[in-house]
Write a protein that binds this ligand. Structure first.
Ligand code: BGC
Ligand code: IFM
Length: 811
C-alpha cells in the first residue's frame, strides 16, 4: 500500500494522505539554518546546533504524535483547518504534501478555499520562508481569518525541557509592526534572537502560549483561533509563542500571497543600538527586506532549486530501470547531503540533543558526498582529524559547533582510526588533491600538538598494528563498527549488567571485522605512501597487510564464513560452534571487499553462506540465530529482543557491503537483488509494512525474528545513505574514481542491457555508455575513449579535455 507517489520531473515525493504510518519528514536548509518538516507541518528549527540554538520547541514522544510545528490555522465560519491537516485534523477536501529538495509544499483545500504553503530555507540567509497562497475557488465572496502559530524554544533544547524553575521566568519578546521578536537570553548574551514576521499589516498578535491556547488549552483548538480574535498578549516568562492574526477577504477566483519568515538573527560584534535590553532590530529588518514580496520569495526558491539541480548534476544515470534512475539521480544523493549536514544529530529518531558528529559516521558519510561538495569534504576531513589523539585513536564523537571531541564518551572504538584513511582515500581518488596530506593538523584540537595530515594517517594505520590480540587480530576495544558488540564489558560478577561505554580495552577480545577494514584501507594507506615517494613505508605497510590476510585465513575463518570476533575469554563469536549468533554479516562484507582469500574461493563461499543463513525477503539480517537471552560477555547486542537493531535486525548499513562484496565475486544478479531488497523506491508498495519514508533509507528494518518483521525505524540519518550510493554508483554501475583516473567496471543484473551515465570528475565531464548485448553480469570486453580503443577499463585522467565520450561493451 502506498500513501503517495514519486514525481521525478519535479524531484519530489508527493504524499496524498496525511495519515502516513509515521510522520514522513523532509529537511529544509543546507548551510546553517535547518528545519525538520513533517508531512503535516510538524517539526522544529535550529541554527547550526540542534541542541544549543534551537528556535522552536518540539516534544519528542508526544501524544498525539508530531503535534508541534509551524502552523497556519484558517478560521472560515465555524470551520477551523490547517493546510497540512495537523494540528486540528479537520478532514480536508484535498490534501497533498510535496517533499522536494530542500523545500516542502502543503496543498490543502476546504470549503472552496485553497491554501498552498511553500516552505523552504533559502540559500545564504538564516531563516525559513513560508509563502502562503490563499485562493477563493468558490463562486461566493469569502471572509475568513488566518492565524499563524509557532512555539519558541528557549534555545538550549536540553535545558528547555528540564530547567523549569528558571525557564518559566526568563521568556521575553518584543513586537514591532508585524514582527515578533523572541529575545529570551538576550539580557545576558545580547547577541542573538529569533523573529517571526509576515509581509503585511496584521490584525492582532499573540506571544503568550497560554493566552493563545486558553486555560488548559491545546493547539488542536486554540482559544484565540476558535473565538477568531487575537488577544495581543505579550509574553513575560512562561512560554513565548509567535502568532499573527490576518483577516482575509477574497472575491471569487481571487488569490492572495503572504510571505512569513522565521529567522535567526545575530548582532554584528561591537554593533551599538538604542536601549540596553532592547533588541537591535537592524539586522532583522535587513533580513526581512530580502523576502518582503512574493517575487523575492519565488526567486529565492528558484535559486534553491538551481543549487540542488547543480549539485545533483555531477552524477546522473539513464537506464531502462526507472526506480534505479530515480534513486541514483535524486534520493540517494539527497540523503547523502542530509547526512553530511546532520550527521546523526537531529531527526525524528535522534533528538538533536544526544549525539554529536561521529568520528566513524562522519568519515563514512564522506564516501557519499565527496563528489558533490569536495571542498567541504576536505574541510570535514581536517575537522575530524583535529579531534584525533596522538596515539592515533580518536574521540568517538565531536561537537558540531565547537568541533571539539566529546570527552563524556571518549575514545576506544578501535575501528575509528581506519575510517579516517577510508574517507581520505575517497577524497583523494575523487579530487586528485594530495595537498591535503601537507595540512598542519592538531591532535585533540591542541595546536601545539600538530603534525602534517599524513602523519595522522600514519598513526591511524599504526594504531591497529600496535593493538593486536592473542591471535594477531586487531583488538576490538570498546566496540568496532557494531557499537553494541561490547566484548570488554564482561563482568566477573554474574548478573551484573553491561555498560556500553565501559572499559575501553581488554587484552583478549579481537575483531575480524577490523582485520577486514585494515586490509582494505591499509592498501589505500600504502598507495598514498607510495605516491609520496615513501616506498619503504609502503612496502612495510604491505607486509603488515599480507600478514593480516593470512591471520584472518588462519584464525578468522570458520569453515564456511568469516568469524566475527573472539571475546574476552578467547571464545569465538560468530562461529558454527556458538549456540546463537553463529554467523554475522559484517566480516562477510568487509573481508570480501578486502578480497581476503578471494583467489582461493573463501569470498564466494562467504557470500553463499550469507545467502543461505542471513537472507530474508526484506533484506539481510545482521546475524543468525538471534540472541534469545542476555550475555554479559557480549554486551548491549544481546540486550535487544531478537530481530531488532544489532541483534539480528536488517541493519541497512551493511546490506550495501554485501552488495559490493557480491560485485567483488562478480555476481551481478545477486548484487542487484541485495540492492533492490532494501531500496526505498523498490519497496514503496509496502509502505504500510515498512512505515518510514519511502524515499530514504532507515537505519534498521525489523528482522525475521521480530513480531513486526519488515517494519523500519530510525529513518534518514544512517551510513546506509553513503554506502548505498557508493555501492550503486561505483560497484553496480561501476563508475569508480581511482588515484590515476576513472575506472568503469560495471557489475549489473544480466537482464539489464546497459545504461548511460554522466559523471563529472576533476573538472571533466564523462559521458559513458555501457552496452550489455550478451547479458553479462561483470566484465569489460572493450572500451573506447573518444573513439579510441583502450586496454583495460581505466580512463587515465587527462584534464585537457572538458568532455569525454566513453563506450564500454560488457562481456
Ligand atoms: C545504542 C545503539 C546504537 C548505537 C549507535 C548505542 O549506544 O544503544 O542502539 O545503535 O549506540 O552508536
Ligand atoms: O556503526 C554504528 C554507527 O556508528 C551508529 N549507528 C549504529 C552502527 C552499528 O552499531
Amino acid at each position: 500500500m502506498k500513501f503517495g507517489h514519486f514525481d521525478d520531473v519535479n524531484k519530489e515525493y508527493v504524499i496524498t494522505s496525511p495519515r502516513t504510518p509515521l510522520p514522513w519528514i523532509n529537511y529544509l536548509g543546507c548551510e546553517d539554518f535547518f528545519s525538520l518538516k513533517s508531512n503535516t507541518c510538524g517539526g522544529y528549527s535550529f541554527y547550526k546546533d540542534a541542541k544549543l540554538l534551537r528556535l522552536t520547541r518540539y516534544r519528542y514522544n508526544n501524544v498525539p504524535l508530531d503535534s508541534n510545528g509551524l502552523y497556519y490555522f484558517i478560521k472560515d465560519g465555524d470551520t477551523v483547518w490547517n493546510p497540512g491537516w495537523m494540528p486540528t485534523k479537520t478532514e480536508l477536501d484535498d490534501y497533498k504534501c510535496r517533499h522536494g529538495l530542500g523545500y516542502s509544499v502543503f496543498e490543502g483545500k476546504k470549503n472552496g478555499i485553497s491554501a498552498v504553503l511553500t516552505d523552504f530555507v533559502p540559500m545564504g540567509t538564516a531563516c525559513e520562508v513560508n509563502k502562503l497562497t490563499l485562493t477563493n475557488e468558490s463562486d461566493e465572496k469569502k471572509d475568513f481569518t488566518l492565524f499563524s502559530y509557532v512555539e519558541f524554544c528557549l534555545w538550549n533544547a536540553m535545558d528547555d525541557m528540564t530547567n523549569f524553575q528558571r525557564n518559566f521566568s526568563t521568556g521575553e519578546v518584543e513586537i514591532h509592526g508585524s514582527t515578533i521578536y523572541h529575545k529570551t537570553e538576550y539580557r545576558e548574551r545580547r547577541n542573538h534572537y529569533a523573529i517571526f514576521s509576515v509581509n503585511t499589516d496584521i490584525d492582532g498578535f499573540d506571544t503568550d502560549r497560554d493566552s493563545f491556547l486558553g486555560a488548559y488549552g491545546e493547539n488542536r483548538a486554540p482559544e484565540v483561533v476558535m473565538t477568531g480574535k487575537a488577544k495581543n498578549s505579550v509574553a513575560s516568562g512562561w512560554a513565548p509563542v509567535g502568532s499573527h492574526q490576518i483577516n482575509i477577504s477574497l472575491a471569487p477566483g481571487e488569490s492572495r500571497d503572504l510571505v512569513f519568515v522565521l529567522g535567526y538573527v545575530e548582532n554584528k560584534k561591537d554593533e551599538k543600538w538604542e536601549g540596553l535590553n532592547k533588541v537591535n532590530r537592524k539586522p532583522a529588518e535587513a533580513m526581512l527586506t530580502k523576502f518582503d514580496t512574493t517575487e523575492k520569495a519565488d526567486q529565492a526558491l528558484a535559486d534553491l532549486k538551481a543549487y540542488w539541480n547543480g549539485l545533483l548534476s555531477h552524477f546522473t544515470v539513464s537506464s531502462s530501470e526507472e526506480k534505479l534512475d530515480r534513486m541514483v539521480n535524486i534520493w540517494h544523493q539527497y540523503q547523502c547531503m542530509v547526512t553530511f549536514n546532520m550527521s546523526r544529530s537531529a531527526s525524528y529518531f535522534e533528538s538533536g540533543i544526544g549525539r554529536g558528529m561521529g568520528f566513524r559516521d562522519s568519515c563514512q558519510d564522506l564516501l557519499g558526498f565527496v563528489h558533490l561538495i569536495p571542498d567541504r569534504a576536505r574541510q570535514r576531513i581536517l575537522d575530524i582529524a583535529s579531534t584525533q589523539f596522538e596515539d592515533g585513536s580518536a574521540y568517538h564523537q565531536y561537537q558540531p559547533l565547537t568541533k571539539k571531541g566529546n570527552a563524556d564518551i571518549g575514545s576506544g572504538f578501535n575501528d575509528d582510526p581506519l575510517w579516517l584513511i577510508a574517507g581520505t582515500a575517497a577524497y583523494i581518488k575523487e579530487t586528485g588533491d594530495y595537498s591535503i596530506l601537507d595540512e598542519i593538523t592538531p591532535y585533540d584540537n591542541d595546536a601545539s600538538k600538530a603534525t602534517d595530515f599524513m602523519e595522522h594517517l600514519r598513526r591511524s594505520f599504526n594504531y591497529t598494528v600496535n593493538h593486536l590480540g592473542p591471535h594477531g587480530l586487531p583488538l576490538i576495544g570498546r566496540a568496532d563498527w557494531n557499537d553494541c558488540l561490547n566484548l570488554n564489558c564482561f563482568s566477573e560478577e554474574p548478573g551484573e549488567s553491561f555498560q556500553t561505554f565501559g572499559p575501553s580495552e581488554g587484552p583478549n577480545a579481537e575483531s575480524v571485522f577490523i582485520a577486514g577494514m585494515f586490509v582494505k584501507y591499509g592498501k589505500d594507506y600504502a598507495a598514498i605512501c607510495r605516491h609520496r615517494g615513501l616506498e619503504e613505508e609502503a612496502k612495510e605497510a604491505e607486509k603488515q597487510i599480507e600478514k593480516m590476510e593470512q591471520t584472518v585465513l588462519d584464525a578468522g575463518w570458520d569453515g564456511e564464513w568469516y568469524l566475527r570476533a573472539y571475546d574476552h575469554y578467547k571464545h569465538k563469536v560468530g562461529s558454527k560452534e556458538c549456540e546463537e549468533g553463529k554467523i554475522f554479516i559484517e566480516p562477510q562484507g568487509f573481508c570480501v571487499i578486502a578480497e581476503i582469500g578471494l583467489k582461493d574461493g573463501y569470498c564466494l563461499k562467504a557470500m553463499e553462506s550469507v545467502e543461505k543463513h542471513l537472507d530474508t525477503k526484506y533484506g539481510i539480517v545482521l546475524l543468525q540465530p538471534c540472541y534469545t537471552r542476555y550475555h554479559v560477555e557480549l554486551g548491549e547486542i544481546t540486550s535487544y529482543p531478537g530481530g531488532y537493531k544489532e541483534n539480528a535486525g536488517i541493519f541497512c548499513h551493511n546490506n550495501p557491503w554485501i552488495s559490493i562484496a557480491e560485485t567483488v565475486v562478480g555476481r551481478g544478479n545477486r548484487a542487484w537483488q541485495v540492492y533492490t531488497r532494501t531500496c526505498p523506491a523498490y519497496i514503496e508498495d509496502i509502505s504500510e509494512i515498512h512505515r518510514t519514508e519511502p524515499y530514504v533509507y532507515s537505519q534498521m528494518i525489523a528482522g525475521k525474528d521480530a513480531p513486526n518483521f519488515g517494519e523500519a525505524k530510525n529513518s534518514w540519518l544512517t551510513g546506509t545513505a553513503a554506502w548505498t550510493f557508493l555501492d550503486v554508483s561505483q560497484y553496480i554501475l561501476g563508475i569508480r574514481p581511482d588515484y590515476d583516473g576513472l575506472v568503469v567496471d560495471p557489475c549489473i543484473p544480466a537482464s539489464l542491457d546497459g545504461f548511460s551515465a554522466k559523471r563529472d570528475f576533476r573538472g571533466v565531464t564523462y559521458h559513458i555508455t555501457v552496452k550489455n548485448p550478451n547479458g553479462a553480469e561483470k566484465g569489460v570486453a572493450s572500451m573506447t575513449v573518444d573513439g579510441t580503443p583502450v586496454e583495460g577499463n581505466m580512463i587515465p585522467f587527462d584534464g585537457s579535455k572538458k568532455e569525454v565520450q566513453v563506450e564500454v561493451v560488457m562481456g
